[in-house]
Design a protein around this ligand. Structure first.
Ligand code: HEM
Length: 258
């Protein structure tokens, strides 16, 4: 695998400001595929990650019932299978596979990233790789094996607990969370630099601070959710649990005695 493309990096001309190269037609690999890779990182993959950490998983902080209601809400969205297929799985698969291809090719180079140590370039690739391993495992265990949470949302809290109470898996959750959060947060910065949304060196430096704050927000909320799973009493993972009593909004719950 090509390393951080140091071998292809042109010499840095003194006095020329470094930055992230904009996406240009005919620059490197196919312009369209490159743009699509960049765009899918934000929409829908990034938007999904935002929802998953800051909305859905954050409801776990309010307890098992709130979490089950959220899982049930998502599971009952119209055409949920097609939403998952076209809104999550295929875009992630494309972004990931093309991301590995970019990594392998060593596209981009030292000059195109702003720090001389160039660790941001390397971190973007490794965090993508780690996130990929985590996402494949997490999707397999949560969505495709064990209790079907779309059928039995009440089992969701307990199913996550069964994993995060194991020290090795808990560590894996933390590493996956930090990697995906960094990759997305720094990815927003990269995206805005490449598409010309944040032009100018000063604006980019300030925007980088915003993106780093966003990384801490994602990681902090994710860790708070994980801490809640570990701090609550173990919930049953019972596929026969009467989950649907949990999904009714309070105002339509049957009133006792009527
Ligand atoms: C958690 C899911 C993921 C999200 C939310 C995400 C998001 C992003 C975003 C927003 C960007 C910046 C777009 C740009 O460079 O213009 C990006 C870049 C990148 N992503 Fe991902 N990504 C994810 C997973 C992955 C995976 C699994 C890989 C596989 C290695 C990967 C590889 C890359 C690479 C190599 C870049 C940098 C491209 C460049 O420097 O030109 N990503 N990602």
């Amino acid at each position: 695998m090509a390393s951080a493309a140091s071998s292809t990096a042109p010499a840095i001309t003194p006095g020329i400001k470094q930055g992230v190269a904009p996406l240009r037609a005919g620059h490197g690999t196919s312009f369209f595929l490159r743009r699509l890779h960049s765009l899918t990182g934000i929409i829908p993959v990034g938007a999904f990650l935002f929802e998953h950490i800051l909305i859905s998983n954050a409801t776990a902080i309010s307890g098992p019932e709130a979490y089950a209601r959220q899982v049930s809400f998502l599971a009952n969205l119209p055409l949920v299978f097609f939403l998952e297929l076209f809104g999550i799985w295929l875009p992630i698969a494309y972004h990931a596979l093309y991301g590995f291809y970019i990594w392998y090719r060593g596209d981009g180079n030292v000059v195109e990233y702003p720090w001389s140590g160039n660790w941001m370039y390397t971190a973007q690739r490794w965090t993508g790789g780690i996130a990929f391993i985590y996402i494949v495992w997490h999707t397999w265990t949560m969505r495709f094996t064990g209790v079907d949470l779309h059928m039995y949302p009440a089992a969701s809290f307990g199913k996550v607990q069964a994993e995060v109470f194991q020290p090795g898996l808990f560590l894996f959750y933390v590493v996956g969370l930090v990697a995906a959060s960094w990759h997305f947060a720094y990815g927003i910065w990269l995206f805005c630099a490449k598409w010309g949304i944040v032009p100018g060196e000063r604006a980019r430096k300030r925007f980088l601070v915003v993106c780093i704050c966003f990384f801490f927000l994602l990681t902090g909320v994710g860790l708070a959710s994980l801490a809640t799973f570990r701090s609550r009493p173990l919930q049953p993972i019972d596929s026969s649990a009467p989950a649907m009593t949990l999904v009714l909004p309070a105002k339509v719950q049957p009133v006792e005695g009527r």
